[in-house]
Design a binder for this molecule. Structure first.
Ligand SMILES: *[C@@H]1O[C@H](CO)[C@@H](O)[C@H](O)[C@H]1NC(C)=O
Ligand SMILES: *[C@@H]1O[C@H](CO)[C@@H](O)[C@H](O)[C@H]1NC(C)=O
Ligand SMILES: *[C@@H]1O[C@H](CO)[C@@H](O)[C@H](O)[C@H]1NC(C)=O
Ligand SMILES: *[C@@H]1O[C@H](CO)[C@@H](O)[C@H](O)[C@H]1NC(C)=O
Length: 355
């Protein structure tokens, strides 16, 4: 009943928001055609068929990949399988994908629904993996310790907070300290679609630590990927539907001040930062309509951008890879290791290319 009422009210609103249609189409890049940009030596990664939603590569070449996201309006090829964290060693010639075991007495594996991930390596070389989780469409951040010998993740803690109602991505700045993007306030697929349709710009960036949690940036039209510069001085935020990458200065008290924004003609999703060069690698959706309403006959394509010298007056932006979905559908993240590019997707495969 409540839903019906909302529906009616929004229906009346529709007349008022007719102008939104054209802005909606712009925000979704609905008519964008993809000009293919090929890379000569690419291979699909065997064993990744149902998503490689987010990935992070350690400096030693081990890559963590979250797979199997179930999310309103987003396609899943394995709707009944719990999500997984995969591990690959990028130093190997033939890549093999291993499913990491999860060890933790209180952790519910059945409802594991991993989304954005981030790692933090402390002085003793202990690697912590932080994973955004949506068990039963709620939102938590799970803290794991990576046990390399056992190839397992030891679950340490589940983090929840009222300022983290619907987390999308995180970047760890300590084992229990991170910045998070909140997508939107509605998990309800119906209300969420309205938020996206109207461009309410309700998403934000939250800093979390055990002692302090606060909103540090606000008013995004779907804040998505987030990352930090190698020197830890800058935070980068991808604003998906405004097609922008924002650069913030990060202060000792963890607050952020906006420094600059870059505009694109594609939906910018995850940001990876090359630890050596500081370049940003962005997984993008050239046409957002195709991501939000999946049609196998007309699938979403893929696009990878590299941004060099982002802090200078003239950052250099290169389209490194672009493809219409015949090979790779819905690229959401791209990261480099020793001259190779690993591109992940929201619900499809993963592609590994020599640059
Ligand atoms: C989980 O990890 C702990 C600590 O490393 C270990 O003692 C325990 O045997 C493990 N349990 C399982 C079920 O693997
Ligand atoms: C990666 O891409 C997904 C798919 O859209 C996004 O929702 C998620 O938050 C992203 N994660 C990172 C690291 O940005
Ligand atoms: C945090 O630090 C910045 C830079 O020093 C300062 O401008 C700002 O007022 C501080 N904010 C808070 C809430 O302490
Ligand atoms: C996508 O690109 C491939 C290779 O360039 C081409 O063969 C195919 O016809 C294209 N498909 C669509 C739907 O444009």
């Amino acid at each position: 009943m409540a839903k019906l009422l909302v529906l009616t009210i929004l229906g009346v609103g529709l007349a008022l928001f007719r102008d939104h249609r054209s802005s909606y189409q712009t925000r979704m890049a609905a008519f964008r055609e993809i000009k293919p940009v090929e890379l000569p030596n690419c291979k699909l990664v065997k064993g990744i068929e149902a998503g490689s939603e987010d990935l992070e590569i350690l400096r030693n070449g081990l890559a963590f990949i979250s797979s199997g996201l179930k999310y309103p309006q987003i396609k899943s090829f394995e709707p009944n399988e719990p999500g997984k964290i995969l591990l690959m060693d990028l130093n190997e010639e033939e890549l093999t994908v291993l499913v990491l075991k999860i060890n933790g007495s209180n952790f519910d594996l059945f409802s594991f629904n991993p989304h954005g991930i981030s790692t933090f390596t402390d002085e003793d070389n202990t690697v912590y993996l932080l994973v955004v989780n949506h068990p039963y469409l709620k939102s938590t951040v799970e803290l794991f310790k990576f046990q390399e010998e056992e190839k397992s993740l030891l679950h340490l803690k589940t983090i929840k907070h009222q300022l983290l109602p619907n987390v999308n991505d995180i970047v760890a700045v300590g084992p229990e300290h991170f910045y998070a993007t909140n997508d939107h306030y509605f998990v309800d697929p119906y209300l969420r679609s309205w938020e996206i349709y109207l461009g309410l710009a309700w998403s934000n960036v939250v800093y979390y630590s055990p002692n302090e949690v606060r909103v540090v940036a606000d008013g995004f039209d779907f804040a998505n990927g987030i990352n930090v510069s190698p020197d830890g001085k800058y935070v980068y935020v991808a604003e998906l539907l405004a097609h922008k990458i924002h650069v913030y200065e990060k202060h000792a008290n963890w607050t952020l001040t906006p420094l600059k924004s870059l505009d694109f003609d594609t939906l910018v999703d995850n940001i990876s930062v090359d630890p050596v060069t500081g370049d940003l690698w962005i997984g993008c959706h050239p046409n957002g309509m195709k991501i939000f309403s999946y049609d196998p006959e007309n699938p979403p394509g893929s696009e990878v951008l590299r941004i060099q010298n982002i802090l200078t007056e003239e950052p250099k932006v290169t389209v490194v890879y672009a493809e219409n979905g015949t090979v790779l559908q819905g690229s959401s993240v791209a990261s480099v290791y020793k001259g190779k590019l690993l591109t992940g997707t929201v619900f499809h495969k993963a592609l590994y290319c020599k640059l």
